[in-house]
Design a protein around this ligand. Structure first.
Ligand code: ADP
Ligand code: MG
Length: 345
């Protein structure tokens, strides 16, 4: 895994030595971060804001495969997936805590790689790492990150606010992260049979990045504010478009029409899908891990939103009795099904 790199045993360093190495360079950036690492608990100050808090747990072998996921990317992504949840509330992330369970196969240098990705994401998104916990595990690596953010009460967007006739919008493009994963899995299979084989990634940078180094769409939250649009509902796409639309519809007690021809797909997503004989629409609907924002806006904003390149109108909200449907390019109406990724299956 690490070639000829230095390999310091964690046992030699001890828990406190490790925590110190991982956190000694932290400089708190946000006014709301009063006390970070180094006491029994962190101290935050949010005098007149609402606080949002969200957490995610990632385990080796279930959520990530270290055969092809570099530890730095893993650290970065583990932060980003949490920030994405904060942005989906129309809030601004400010702090994270990071808890890790490490098995004996990891060296100090490996954990520092993981943290270099965590620190990079904190830098990029202006977030303070204010604490965490460190322990050992018998097998593999587990990472749990909690993100804390702020918003004025009237800015918060819930899954429950979509209204009949609202426009259904999505940022960026979909299905790329899933196709990137398929490519990584394919090359990993080739490698298992022939360790000397060079992976074939040419022309697929974008989808690999979508899988390995996703970004959280805070830029969309800011853009909507600039446009004077407050989404009536919002959710981030972690489990695939179908599943997220169904969450919005269920929580808002509405239906929707999603138009197949409007679903944004990147060229590389389409090309990889063709190569692997997968319908790229299925990757967008059921693939997941795109971390784009799905949101609804009042119909009277149509003139504003239709000019935007950073997001696409993909459908509209209907009465609940009409159900949540996909309208295909051929004009058929098919009920949407949640085939989102279910880790317990
Ligand atoms: P306690 O015994 O009170 O749980 P710890 O020794 O676990 O304290 O942690 C000491 C300090 O280091 C605390 O501020 C804690 O939040 C922080 N910390 C522990 N583990 C991590 C980690 N993996 N990443 C960042 N901060 C950590
Ligand atoms: Mg502790």
């Amino acid at each position: 895994m690490e070639g000829t790199k230095k390999h310091t045993q964690l046992a030699d360093l001890g828990e406190f030595g490790l925590i110190n190495r991982l956190t000694e360079k932290i400089q708190l950036k946000n006014e709301s971060s009063v006390k970070g690492v180094g006491d029994d608990a962190a101290v935050l100050s949010y005098p007149d804001k609402k606080i949002v808090i969200t957490t995610d747990l990632l385990t080796e072998g279930i959520h990530f495969n270290l055969m092809y996921v570099p530890l730095k990317h893993l650290g970065y992504k583990a932060v980003v997936v949490n920030l994405s949840d904060v942005f989906a509330m129309n809030a601004q992330p400010k702090q994270i805590t990071v808890s890790i369970a490490i098995s004996a196969k990891f060296s100090l240098e490996a954990i520092e790689e993981l943290y270099s990705g965590i620190h990079l994401a904190c830098e990029k998104y202006g977030v303070d790492l204010i604490g965490g916990d460190t322990t050992t595990s018998l097998t593999g690596l587990t990472i749990s990150i909690t993100a804390i953010g702020e918003a004025a009460e009237e800015e918060l967007t819930y899954r429950s606010g979509a209204q009949v006739n609202d426009l259904l919008c999505v940022s960026g493009d979909l299905g790329g992260a899933y196709m990137g994963l398929q490519l990584l899995e394919r090359e990993n299979e080739v490698f298992k049979v022939n360790p000397k084989a060079q992976p074939q990634f040419d022309g697929y940078n974008y989808i690999l990045e979508r899988q390995l180094k996703p970004e959280a769409r805070g830029d969309i939250v800011s853009l909507l504010k600039t446009l004077g649009i407050k989404p009536t509902s919002m959710i981030d796409i972690s489990d695939g478009l179908s599943s997220e639309i169904l969450h919005l519809c269920k929580n808002s007690k509405v239906g929707c029409n999603l138009y197949e021809e409007k679903v944004p797909l990147d060229q590389q997503t389409k090309r990889m899908a063709e190569e692997l004989n997968i319908n790229p629409l299925v990757a967008a609907l059921n693939g997941g891990e795109d971390y784009e924002l799905l949101f609804t806006v009042p119909i009277d904003k149509y003139d504003v939103v239709k000019k935007e390149f950073d997001f696409t109108v993909i459908g509209h909200i209907t009465p609940e009795s009409e159900g949540a449907n996909l309208v295909t390019t051929g004009g058929s109406v098919i009920p949407l099904q949640a085939q989102g990724w279910n880790p317990l299956k």
